[in-house]
Design a protein around this ligand. Structure first.
Ligand code: ADP
Ligand code: MG
Length: 382
């Protein structure tokens, strides 16, 4: 592996969304220059980077410009075409690498990887052909049919109860490769974020609890009150072994289900910082974005310390509309009058229902106090 990329160099990122924006902020704080490749003229990360290369992700000229600018390159969303990362990898250190990203962007490959590492996941079947559809074991129903690729925030998923539902759902999803998962009886959901460098050093954040609404992350709580030391160790151990066996370099998030019988089951991986780790900016002494910078540049990793309990609330575009559908400005002044509230807005120009516009992290001296303030915030914004 190459030498350490020191501050003063330029770091490149594929993708200009909010994760790229917060990565750019972290890199700039540490004295790096930044280059973002994203086709959108007003992408959140493109707006704050030193260089915005406005091109498609597979455009050769765009990729050439990114390589010319950057001493090392990372990505901020898992649907970056793996082929583009292969091109970049031939000339620059790219973290995470194309192979790891390819696994994380395909639910069938991802589940196979869970299997290789002995990490339990939901009973499932891969459906790529009509024969496979017809042969599905009825014990997997009721289930959720998910497209193998390109799903996010609950998109590309259909709940199915009967074999007839399943056939209709596969047609509805365009008969693309899918994974059918048994619907599990969830007690709650958690995730864990690890960072790993090329030397194989690995560090992790505490396990956080996630609450989803309509398939979109709504609230993250840390420390997760229900997660004892055993579950914590199991989740961290699984994430570390999943990362190591992909020779992963960068920040990796693994989402898990905790079943009513107490079992921990892996759901999916994200090859990048994750929405459930946004609290690390305000509640930890090193954030997931700083660890992404450290991992990709070969700088030392350090174990992050949670210095405050935290609750993170996602701010979706819905908050910019009243009940009658008229646009409004959320009650920022009232919310910011409360103690320990940190507002992060991503600079997106147009609010739309379900669009991630920003998040709030509440920090404080005790979990109960943080819960109270977060509850107040939700009421003021709701
Ligand atoms: P996405 O890529 O959209 O985040 P996920 O596979 O994580 O897709 O599914 C989104 C949410 O749907 C999960 O966080 C969970 O709440 C619910 N869900 C997904 N799969 C299952 C399952 N097999 N059983 C029960 N709930 C599920
Ligand atoms: Mg998910």
């Amino acid at each position: 592996m190459s030498a350490v990329v020191l501050p003063g160099a330029t770091l490149g990122v594929m993708g200009g969304g909010q994760l790229g924006r917060m990565f750019v902020h972290a890199a700039q704080q540490m004295g790096y220059f930044t280059a973002v490749l994203d086709p959108d003229t007003a992408s959140p990360a493109g707006l704050v980077a030193h260089y915005h290369i406005q091109s498609d992700y597979v455009d050769e000229q765009g990729l050439a410009q990114l390589m010319q600018r950057s001493a090392a390159i990372t990505t901020e969303f898992e649907n970056v075409p793996a082929a583009a990362l292969v091109t970049l990898e031939a000339h620059r250190p790219v973290a995470p690498g194309a192979q790891a990203v390819a696994i994380c962007q395909d639910r069938a490959l991802e589940k196979a990887h869970f299997g290789r590492c002995g990490v339990p996941c939901a009973p499932h079947a891969v459906i790529e052909t009509a024969e496979q559809l017809a042969a599905v074991d009825a014990a997997l129903l009721p289930g959720i049919l998910k497209t193998a690729r390109l799903g996010y925030d609950g998109k590309g998923q259909v709940t199915v109860k009967t074999p007839e539902d399943l056939a209709a759902a596969w047609t509805q999803l365009g008969r693309v490769p899918c994974v059918l998962e048994q619907r599990l009886d969830l007690a709650f959901e958690v995730s864990v974020i690890v960072a790993r460098n090329a030397q194989g050093e690995v560090v992790h954040f505490p396990v956080q609890r996630n609450l989803h609404r309509d398939g979109i992350l709504a609230v993250t709580t840390v420390p997760a009150p229900e997660v004892g030391p055993e579950l914590q160790a199991q989740a961290v151990g699984a994430a570390e072994s999943l990362a190591a066996s992909m020779h992963y370099v960068g920040v990796l998030c693994v989402e898990f289900f905790v079943l009513r019988d107490g079992r921990l089951v892996a759901n999916e991986m994200a090859p990048r910082p994750h929405n459930s780790g946004h609290y690390t900016l305000d509640a930890c002494d090193v954030s997931q974005f700083e660890l992404q910078v450290r991992a990709m540049t070969g700088l030392p990793l350090v174990s992050p310390r949670l210095h405050s309990p935290a609750v993170m609330l996602n701010l979706l575009g819905d908050l910019w509309f009243d009940d009658a559908g008229r646009t409004r400005e959320p009650a920022w002044a009232e919310v910011l009058a409360l103690p320990g509230v940190h507002l992060h807005l991503y600079g997106k120009l147009n609010a739309r229902a379900g669009r991630k516009m920003g998040h709030l992290t509440v920090t404080g001296s005790t979990p109960a106090q943080v819960q109270d303030v977060a509850q107040r915030c939700a009421e003021l914004l709701g």
